[in-house]
Design a protein around this ligand. Structure first.
Ligand code: GLU
Length: 330
């Protein structure tokens, strides 16, 4: 049984590289501990743990035990360090105030929770020898260490948490569906070497993920009624789908001049004639065939001169609402 742990510091929404560690641990381990490394007060951010839990739920990553907070185990670390001392080979284990450092707390936890594999980013490679010695000093067998490549910025340097799309929270805010982020991370797996962050690929995966969402799910995520879904299908991300929803449900007021009247009158006739069996594409073809001004129709229906495909707007609007907007525009 492979026992693994994901051990973020509560510094707010997860960096994509950290999310990669979480996904890799989940994929590799049979049993996963969620541990919160909160022994360094200078690094703790208010609400940081909640944001991480939200990210993990969003990415559909489940854990088997935790969250275990290191700040609640300080007594245990002191007790474990007693036979070893405050320092080991020059590495500080206990600070002057008696609190445990990351090195001590991490190893004591890995021992106590029976961790068999430590899977984490390359940046922790220098900790391996220190921690291996500490396991030995505590009379425990060290786990197997697996250090995966980091996700770097386009410049090949560390991806700043402020860079576009660098945190799980920022991707969510941009309307990237969780499935796309998860798939991108799953595909990376356990990279042996550092990789460059491929945001364009993630955006392509977002388009695929939206295409794969069932109608009900897409409607729910866009905050739209089911009838709107055809208009949402072309959206590249969920924010676009939400904007389309707004464009259809909350039109801008439109005032058109007399030149639009023939088009709108004809549209009204076609709509009335359709009577339950509306074929919006066919209707638009007919309207166009008689020289109808589709731009004016769009303006009348949405108050905007651009937006989702016009047939999808017509399909999404109840007939009475479409007629009301036509009348109001003239
Ligand atoms: N709290 C550390 C970090 O977020 C985890 C270190 C570890 O996995 O041992 O980088």
């Amino acid at each position: 049984m492979k026992r693994v742990r994901f051990a973020p510091s509560p510094t707010g929404s997860l960096h994509v590289g950290n999310a990669l560690s979480a996904v890799a641990n989940r994929a590799f381990g049979d049993w996963l501990l969620l541990r919160v490394d909160d022994t360094d007060p200078a690094r703790n951010v208010a609400g940081g743990e909640e944001e991480i839990l939200r990210d993990l739920h969003w990415l559909d990553i489940e854990w088997d035990e935790g969250p275990v907070r290191q700040s609640e185990r300080l007594e245990r670390y002191r007790e474990a360090a007693a036979p070893v001392g405050d320092r080991l080979d020059g590495v500080t284990l206990l600070r002057e105030d008696g609190t445990a450092t990351y090195q001590l707390a991490s190893v004591v936890d890995d021992v106590d929770f029976g961790i068999t594999h430590v899977i984490r980013g390359n940046d922790h490679r220098p900790n391996e020898p220190v921690q291996a010695r500490l396991f030995a000093a505590l009379g425990a067998r060290p786990p197997e260490f697996v250090h995966h490549g980091l996700i770097l910025g386009e410049d090949g340097k560390k991806l700043s948490k402020r860079a576009p799309g660098a945190t799980v929270g920022s991707l969510r805010d941009e309307g990237i569906p969780a499935e796309a982020v998860r798939r991108y991370l799953d595909e990376l797996g356990l990279p042996r070497h550092d990789v460059r962050y491929d945001l364009p690929r993630l955006k392509r995966l977002a388009i695929e993920a939206i295409a794969a969402l069932p109608d009900e799910e897409l409607a729910a995520r866009a905050g739209a009624p089911l009838e709107l879904v055809p208009a949402l299908r072309g959206a590249r991300d969920l924010n676009e789908a939400r904007e389309t929803t707004r464009a259809i449900l909350e039109p801008e007021p439109a005032r058109l001049d007399e030149s639009a009247r023939p088009t709108l009158d004809r549209f009204r006739e076609l709509l009335n004639a359709a009577n339950g069996t509306l074929d919006p594409r066919g209707l638009l073809r007919e309207l166009k065939a008689v020289g109808g001004d589709l731009k004016a129709l769009r303006l009348a229906l949405t108050g905007r001169d651009r937006g989702p495909e016009l047939w999808a707007v017509i399909a999404a609007l109840p007939r009475d609402e479409a007629l009301r907007r036509i009348d109001a525009a003239l």
